[in-house]
Design a protein around this ligand. Sequence first.
Ligand SMILES: NC(=O)c1ccc[n+]([C@@H]2O[C@H](COP(=O)([O-])OP(=O)(O)OC[C@H]3O[C@@H](n4cnc5c(N)ncnc54)[C@H](OP(=O)(O)O)[C@@H]3O)[C@@H](O)[C@H]2O)c1
Length: 276
Amino acid sequence: MNKVVLVTGASSGIGLATALAATDAGYTTVATVRRGSAELAAAGVDTCRLELTDPDSVEACVAGVVERHGRLDALVNNAGIANSSPTLELSTMDTLRHQLEVNFFGTIALSRAAMPHLRATGGRLLTVSSVRGVRGQPFNEAYSAAKFAVEGFMEALAPVAAAVGVRVSLIEPAAVLDTRFIASSTLDPARLLAESGPYEAAFRAYRSWVAGGAVEGAQTPDEVAKVILHTLADADPALRVQTSEYARAYVAEKLTDPTGRDQLTTTREWVTPASS
Ligand SMILES: NC(=O)c1ccc[n+]([C@@H]2O[C@H](COP(=O)([O-])OP(=O)(O)OC[C@H]3O[C@@H](n4cnc5c(N)ncnc54)[C@H](OP(=O)(O)O)[C@@H]3O)[C@@H](O)[C@H]2O)c1
């Protein structure tokens, strides 16, 4: 019998690539969407509607998978939203809460609903985090906070889940191009710049750092999907799986810097105007 994998956020980007790759690899794949996907339909991938912020939708999605396919062997928590909350003073509490609501609480709610079924199969719980879930990214405070929360939760859960036969892994990509991630952000850099007051110079510097090389080491969704598939098949998967050498070196800098001094030296450069 084929293993059954549930991949969230599969209408585009990493989720779509993962759902298609899992289907090709012989998994019975259920892909979650909030709107129809011609590519998933053409590949014959089973889909289910999922809105992560709606508890009924979360429960119904997992129940539907088990009802239709009889089991659940792996959950790939991939659905997520980009940062829409530039920095503390320029954010509203609503935008900060929404970031945590989708990227943290939504992910945890679905994992919670899936856990009894993963326990029954000795399954896998994978979550697409980010290198920004290890190193705080300037002007991405809420996004980093949500991904840090996911990382902390899953790291703490991992030994407990392993005790009941479920392996937990975090997937950490750096930049991934050709997804809808940036387009889906409600953050408008031009408006933000006009309204950024005391943060204007730092935000301008950050924008030029982004334009000048932040996509260094960028991957395609297919490349990330390949790493996810490899992790699903790995008999002894790591807790943290960086999806490229670039991502590995990026997080390693943080993990060997217990005081955070080196980290701050680097990130302060990103928000310092070139002339100062
Ligand atoms: N792109 C990057 O540079 C990058 C880097 C590191 C990590 N990541 C992580 O990779 C994951 C996938 O991102 P991506 O780049 O592939 O972006 P994407 O193309 O925008 O895909 C995100 C998916 O999540 C779904 N989604 C968003 N909010 C949801 C909600 N409330 N309920 C259910 N589904 C929801 C979207 O559905 P709709 O189409 O309906 O909006 C979409 O299918 C995210 O967790 C992201 O944090 C991305």
